[in-house]
Design a protein around this ligand. Structure first.
Ligand code: PLP
Length: 407
């Protein structure tokens, strides 16, 4: 094998950003807060099984044939209606909706559409690690904008835009941020669109957790405020149905979708018809919103268990975000604690728990005192136990540090 023949973007000696993200633990009492996985016991297994059967019954052998790049029009129409009703995105029809292999493929295709090597790309700090792994492949120039409790710092964004005229794309996870847990305010959503118009860039609004709001009122999407076709709204069935469907969907201007189809065709020819048809059947015969209500009920309890445990177990000086929805809370520890070292040296081997350390969520991997904690994949008892163990480790680290300072 001759690695030097590989394209520059591969960088064989650099591990993938997703490699080693979820350390494996063989301990019987292991509790892991790492995954972004929905709870398996909430999957609508029987209904989805029936939906696959219905899809096959409706089309017979043709179900398994090659189909079209765009996938079933009926499904795209349903999603266009959902975009209008739930996301406040007006004036869209089936042809504004593109189906993708998970939201992840949507991110990748949009990056491929927009970014030449060196082009400016703004990401939140921190941001979704899977997006960084896609973006890396297009070798952009990253500009990080801090994430605040009400979303990205739009003043810092404007300063960045003034200083750099190569910025083409801003990527944001506006609802129940992964990993930050925060939600962008309405004011910031509007301002972001105004900045896009003024400084001429596109916005990728990535929002797979949007339906999973546990408290407060739903906010209009950023796309709702779009006046110049600059916002691409991206969603997914992974968190509200099942990740293995690998079915994402975006709402975008038709001219954008036309170009994205060229890129998708080159990557994988078409949407798997069996899955898209099954999801269409599922939506025809089941009430998706009722199913989501069930998820919200279950996840609300886990979220509360996480807040209670954090309040009880974390020492002073440790802060956590208060997500109104989604899967994650972001914990910040004093900056003398390196959360990557702590994970591998102490937390995993001794406390038998795991989180994802902050460095993974930064374009430049240079942030060392945070951690992403998932609360949807565990029972309230596991959350309480795991946070007790984490709190114990942090207390010990902090008292070691204060002893050192006292000496
Ligand atoms: C913010 C965000 N975007 C996109 C994805 C990709 O999800 P999928 O490809 O399963 O739709 C995830 C998954 O965790 C995510 O958290």
């Amino acid at each position: 094998m001759r690695e030097e023949l590989f394209a520059d973007r591969v960088q064989p000696d650099t591990p993938s950003r997703l490699e080693g993200l979820f350390p494996q633990m063989d301990f019987d009492d292991a509790i892991t807060f790492t995954a972004g996985s929905p709870a398996e016991d909430l999957f609508p297994k029987e209904a989805m099984q029936q939906a696959y059967l219905d899809a096959i019954a409706a089309e017979g052998a043709h179900t398994f044939q090659y189909h079209t790049i765009s996938g079933p029009e009926e499904l795209r129409s349903r999603l266009a209606v959902r975009a209008q009703q739930k996301m406040a995105i007006e004036g869209v029809d089936a042809d504004n909706v593109m189906l993708t292999a998970g939201g992840q493929q949507g991110i990748d295709l949009i990056a491929k559409l927009m970014l030449n090597k060196g082009d400016g790309l703004v990401v939140e700090a921190p941001t979704y690690v899977g997006a960084l792994s896609s973006f890396d492949m297009y070798e952009p120039t990253y500009y990080e904008v801090q994430l605040e409790s009400d979303g990205m710092d739009v003043d810092q964004l404007e300063e960045t835009l003034k200083a750099h005229n190569n910025i083409k794309l801003v990527y944001t996870v506006a609802d129940f941020h992964n990993p930050g847990g925060v939600t962008m305010s309405v004011e910031k959503r509007k301002r972001l669109v105004e900045l896009a118009n003024e400084y001429d860039f596109m916005i990728l609004e990535d929002t797979p957790y949007r339906d999973l709001r546990y408290v407060g009122e739903s906010l209009p999407s950023i796309k709702h405020f779009d006046t110049e076709d600059r916002v691409i709204f991206l969603s997914s069935f992974s968190k509200i149905l099942m990740p293995t469907l690998r079915l994402g969907w975006m709402v975008a201007p038709k001219a954008v979708i036309k170009q994205l189809y060229k890129l998708k065709e080159a990557a994988d020819l078409e949407v798997p018809n069996i899955t898209a048809s099954a999801v269409n059947q599922f939506l025809a015969k089941n009430d998706l919103d009722k199913h989501i209500e069930g998820l919200i009920k279950a996840y609300s309890g886990k979220r509360q268990a996480m807040f209670d445990a954090l309040a009880k177990e974390m020492p002073e000086g440790v802060e956590a975000t208060c997500p109104e929805g989604g899967f994650f809370t972001w914990v910040t520890v004093p900056d003398f604690i390196n959360t990557t070292d702590l994970l591998y040296d102490v937390v995993t081997p001794k406390a038998h728990i795991a989180y994802v350390p902050s460095k993974n969520f930064y374009a430049f991997k240079d942030h060392t005192n945070g951690m992403r904690i998932n609360f949807t994949g565990l029972t309230p008892d596991q959350i309480a136990d795991g946070m007790h163990r984490l709190g114990g480790v942090l207390k010990e680290e902090m008292s070691k540090a204060s002893l050192k300072t006292a000496q």
